[in-house]
Design a protein around this ligand. Sequence first.
Ligand SMILES: O=P(O)(O)OC[C@H]1O[C@](O)(CO)[C@@H](O)[C@@H]1O
Length: 529
Amino acid sequence: MADALDHYLTWRLYRAELDIELDFADAQLDEPSLTANAPRLEAALDALHRIEGGAVANVDEGRMVGHYWLRDPERAPDPAIAAAIHASWRQIEAFAAGVRDGQILADDGRPFTGAILVGIGGSALGPQLLEAALTARDSGPGFSLRVLDNTDPAGIADLLAETGTLAQTLILVVSKSGSTVETRNGMLELRAACARQALEFPRRAIAITCEGSALDQLAEREGWLARFPMWDWVGGRTSVLSPVGLLPAALLGHDWRGLLRGAAAMDQWGRVRPARRNPAALLAWLWYQQGSGHGLRDMVILPYKDRLSLMSRYLQQLVMESLGKRLDRQGREVWQGLAVYGNKGSTDQHAYVQQLRDGLHNFFAVFVRVLRDLDGHVTGPGMVEVEPQVSSGDCLDGFYQGTRAALAERGRASVTLVLRHVDAAAVGALIALFERAVGIYAELIDVNAYHQPGVEAGKQAAKGVLALQAAVLAAMPAGPGGKTARELAEALGADPVAVWQVLRHLATNGRVSVDSLVDPSTALFARAT
Ligand SMILES: O=P(O)(O)OC[C@H]1O[C@](O)(CO)[C@@H](O)[C@@H]1O
């Protein structure tokens, strides 16, 4: 009779080269359904193979999907692409070394000591994940990275206050399209901050964007310190291993080539056949089986390591922007998706694990277990015995094992990714694993994982709001007295609720005057005095 060890070994995938294990023992996968669905999984792997070979997988946008080439340029279908990737590596290496060795200096002749990265979505989440995962914080003050990823004035003010002088700060403006509003605003705010500090913005500004984009043109025109490439065959949410993630990582002194090595090794593993032995295929199949192919169960990401706490935020974009689609590739309405959330264990145990175990059964868990308790630390505190012969790390691992068992006891599925430690190769491998699983799952549910038509609606509507605001401001009467939102809306032929919403924001910020904002039907608005 098969015992627990046999079961574990049956559902364990392990790669010695990476020292990474995927433990599906509690994933509730079963051989009969895997066998029955083997042709679908093999077909998905065939499709991924074609994508890696340069197929135009993003059909709507007529684009190849080449993030796999970023860590293995020789796979690119066009030698010019491989050459461009290699050239970007050389540029990253030279620039980061120049900054770190003090050959590239700020305009006051002193070294740059940190950077602010301005970007959003895929142009910020990857660098943030890498910074959090790979920066050893006890090795003294090193190069710092702050991220401005919103157009929130209070957030911008906080960041500027924390940074203080920008004299020793590089400003990395990251935008694939080069036209994202939040990123443009962040850049303009930092440009204004430089002007207030009598600093020249272009002397510290770096653009990472597609050649010829509005941002690229601006950077060229103004002679920014450097320009790094992005390419239309890399999606924003899979751009972390392009200059988007690699340049910040290199500036921080991370082993960015290790990231690439780890990702390439995972890709190699992810090409294994049959699908039953393939880590990405099995992970994708778990998503499919748990959510009945419709994302009916959420994926809860539970890394038991503080440095990986941004994994869920990173994966939220990768998975949800890729798979959350109204239409499938045949144009049928399918309303697909896979919700992702999580923070870190054991912290989450004191937040929502209660519901996971005892409440609504609408999820499966992805545990990340890191075997080495302390890693990448130059000095460690030594083992503190929190109980006789028990360390904090023993408790953390105990909580992982306990939570996993407690969930399994209630019939809740999980998979555990086991890493020896959090180094660049392991992080690169994790990124590649999820990228591949997304690609395979998209094939299984027949959606285009590489476009994001849904995010356009909100952007267009926001433009309408700003156009209405301009019209409202132009129509604003001078005081005393004033006009109500309804009167202004009638004069403009606009929706009175929309006009009220614009006015209350303007009035709260002193941009128009108002007698009182208590009653939307009687509030009188006039030009600010
Ligand atoms: O890098 P960009 O072009 O500024 O885009 C930022 C983000 O915006 C999106 O296009 C969604 O609005 C993401 O896909 C992307 O990562």
